[in-house]
Design a protein around this ligand. Structure first.
Ligand code: SAM
Length: 247
């Protein structure tokens, strides 16, 4: 088994992934939002990763770690949820260092340890991005990349018409993962607050991406895709993707 090391973190999040780890992992393994949109887009943005040392921050059950490793990357991951890490260890087998750690606190890695960090669908759980981004910058080599995926701030305003777009606001959404109800609590912030946080933490914004669903999505999920075609945006818009370069 992969090693799951580190002192038990005291996560600052209200989202209890321990409670619905198996259900979340099963639901998102090959669904539209994760399997046919987020993960393919992250892998596209990452490009050729052969030989690169990559940290997955908030790695969950490890699907991205597995895909990056298949492409030749040397991968490590951390997560606040012990159950998600157990699933990742089961998936990845030997040789992938997995650590229980909180993105809101100090990270258990030396300076300049990684060529890339992926923070996929995790930063939006944190109110204050300053310390987390400083830590992610610290563990990256100069010139290294941070790939971020977060809840799209415009989608928040589309869904919550009365909300203050320019505020930093906590909001919760109900989900059903593999038949199991769950509540996730996010922090909305406007696009300008995201870009300021990135540049203040020492990152240069290299790419901002709003990708379409991956090829094959239309065949796999015809009804949902038709609904999306007929929606006000007429296209798939859910998350916002960044590639940042460590200055
Ligand atoms: C939406 S899942 C995404 C998992 C994975 N990145 C993926 O794309 O499949 C969010 C993950 O972030 C983890 N997480 C949430 N808050 C965290 C924090 N403060 N520090 C570390 N991990 C956190 C959760 O335990 C969960 O595994």
């Amino acid at each position: 088994m992969s090693s799951v090391a580190g002192e038990p973190a005291a996560p600052t999040v209200t989202n209890d992934y321990d409670d619905f780890a198996e259900a979340y992992a099963a639901e998102t393994e090959s669904n539209l939002l994760n399997g046919y949109y987020t993960r393919p887009a992250v892998l596209d943005l990452a490009g050729d990763v052969a030989g690169r040392r990559i940290l997955d921050a908030g790695c969950g059950a490890g699907p991205l770690l597995e895909a990056l490793r298949e492409r030749g990357a040397i991968v490590s991951g951390f997560d606040a949820s012990a159950k998600m890490l157990e699933l990742a260890a089961r998936r990845l087998g030997d040789g992938v260092p997995l650590v229980r750690a909180d993105l809101a606190g100090p990270l258990p890695y030396p300076d300049d340890a990684f060529d890339d960090v992926v923070a996929c669908l995790v930063l939006h759980y944190l109110e204050d991005w300053r310390a987390p981004l400083a830590e992610l910058r610290r563990v990256l080599v100069p010139g290294g990349r941070l790939i971020v995926v977060v809840y799209h701030p415009f989608v928040y305003k589309l869904l919550y018409r009365d909300a203050d777009y320019f505020g930093v606001t906590e909001f919760s959404e109900d989900y059903t993962f593999d038949g199991r109800p769950a509540v996730l609590t996010y922090w909305h912030r406007p696009l300008s607050a995201m870009t300021s946080a990135f540049t203040e933490a020492g990152f240069r914004i290299a790419v901002v991406s709003e990708p379409p669903a991956a090829p094959g999505a239309r065949e796999m999920f015809p009804e949902v895709m038709e609904k999306i075609d007929n929606s006000p945006t007429g296209t798939f818009l859910s998350f916002l993707f960044f590639v940042l370069e460590a200055a």
